[in-house]
Design a protein around this ligand. Structure first.
Ligand code: DLL
Length: 432
């Protein structure tokens, strides 16, 4: 089912007209109401009259996470506090959290977008949706919750953690959809196995996974272990939360709700727009948001945009599965390394588990990258030679993909910490 066919299947000309009108209105509003944007636009010698259509988007200044952090906690809200009905915050690994505020219209707009996303994923009103994203300041839980209610499906607001109970409710309540991070989905699969429960005996048919990067190989692993269709959902708190984009049943990129979130791809170094189809940093301008409208917000996520019509009938532009973040990229002895590349190698090997940790350090001015990976129970033997051979095989597979040497450490099954939310997979001990 397509939730909002008129918009989701609009022609490119119709969509451009909607976007242009909304962009011009947003620019006018922020210029007249937000000193911060007025100053930035004046510095660029721009007035609202210069932004008539999306073709003028590139003239506008960028906004970054630092801009939002600098106005902590509520300095970037553009309406009086009496109009803000909810706040969320993203924890962030460094510095202060980023706080976001929503008006009632923002919450309704967000729910509409999550409902569209759920329909893209193949969820129906008759489904029972177990929301195992964290409820609280994180946008995952409440974001999916409101969208599910808006669709008219049944929501189980269990939040993250309590894994045995998650599985028990799947059995007792007959949940047909699970929403959580992909790393938590793998953990649920592991506990299910320990409990002796066959996934085929459950009603579960769809998983809606996001909030962290995950590879195609990880998708395969989850689909096989949980016997479900694994759908990728994307979003970020600064823009709205989950539901900025989502895959449809064809699993060929995530449809962006571009009548609300106007996407661009830029070169993260030169900041110039990239040619259509090229990989670069994703940038969003919100064109309907009231609480915190954002112009050209740099997400740091790396992907490309696909404008071809999708087999599902939607014309909404698609973004490819995220390749990683520009700030997650590790530079090891001058070579750019993305954790997702290592993940793909490990997941394609039958001897290893999809649980790993990357430790970066510096010895004698030289970077070292240690890959700790769990070995499958049946391959974890006391036979030193076979473990040595396995270590060598993993090392050579990773090195031929990355072009940089690594140290591989095999660790016992279940020894790497499992995550109930976003997985932490990199420890950078370098003091640079
Ligand atoms: O993670 C919102 C969300 C909740 C999305 C639930 C999907 C599901 P933040 O905590 O602000 O918001 O983190 C946003 O997480 O810039 C990406 O780097 C990453 N991210 C989110 N979804 C995906 C995804 C939520 N599907 C940051 N694939 C974003 C890869 C993702 N990375």
């Amino acid at each position: 089912m397509i939730w909002n066919e008129k918009i989701e299947c609009a022609s490119r000309d119709e969509m451009t007209a909607i976007q242009s009108e909304r962009l011009a209105a947003t620019v006018k509003r922020v210029y007249h109401n937000i000193p911060y944007y007025r100053k930035k636009m004046q510095e660029a010698h721009l007035t609202p009259a210069d932004i008539k259509s999306i073709d003028d988007l590139h003239k506008l200044p960028f906004t970054t996470k630092t801009d939002l952090r600098d106005s902590y906690p509520f300095g970037s809200f553009t309406v009086p506090m009496s109009e803000i009905v909810r706040v969320h915050a993203s924890s962030g690994t460094t510095g202060r959290p980023t706080v976001v505020g929503y008006t009632r219209n923002d919450i309704n707009m967000w729910s509409e977008n999550v409902t569209r996303a759920l329909c893209m994923a193949g969820v129906h009103q008759t489904d029972i949706v177990q929301v195992a994203y964290g409820y609280g300041l994180f946008t995952g839980g409440l974001g999916i919750h409101y969208g599910t209610e808006n669709l008219g499906a049944t929501v189980i607001p269990i939040s993250g953690g309590n894994t045995k109970k998650q599985i028990q409710l799947m059995q007792d309540f007959g949940s047909s959809v699970i929403c959580c991070t992909p790393s938590y989905a793998l953990y649920i699969a592991e506990v299910m196995k320990e409990m002796g429960i066959e996934p085929e005996t459950l009603k579960m048919r769809i998983g809606i996974f996001g909030a962290e990067p995950w590879s195609e190989s990880m998708r395969k692993e989850i689909e096989e272990k949980l016997k479900i269709k694994a759908i990728d959902i994307y979003g970020l708190s600064e823009i709205v939360g989950p539901g900025v984009s989502c895959e449809c049943e064809h699993q060929v990129g995530m449809h962006i709700n571009e009548d609300h979130f106007l996407p661009e791809i830029i070169n993260p170094e030169t900041l110039e727009p990239m040619a259509p189809g090229e990989i670069g940093e994703l940038v969003f301008s919100t064109i309907t948001k009231e609480g915190i409208p954002l112009l050209r917000y740099r997400t740091r996520d790396l992907t490309r945009l696909i404008y071809d019509k999708c087999a599902c009938g939607r014309t909404l532009v698609r973004m490819e599965k995220c390749k990683g973040r520009s700030d997650d990229m590790l530079i090891i002895r001058g070579v750019n390394v993305f954790p997702s590349q290592i993940e793909s190698v490990l997941l394609e090997m039958s001897e290893t588990e999809p649980h790993y940790m990357l430790i970066v350090d510096r010895a004698d001015n030289l970077d070292t990258l240690t890959v700790q990976v769990e070995v499958q129970e049946q391959f974890f033997s006391d036979d030193i030679r076979s473990l040595q051979n396995l270590t060598k095989k993993i090392k050579s597979n990773i090195e031929s993909t990355l072009g940089v040497s690594v140290i591989v450490q095999l660790v016992e099954p279940k020894s790497i910490q499992r995550s109930e939310g976003k997985a932490q997979r990199v420890i950078d001990r370098r003091k640079i």
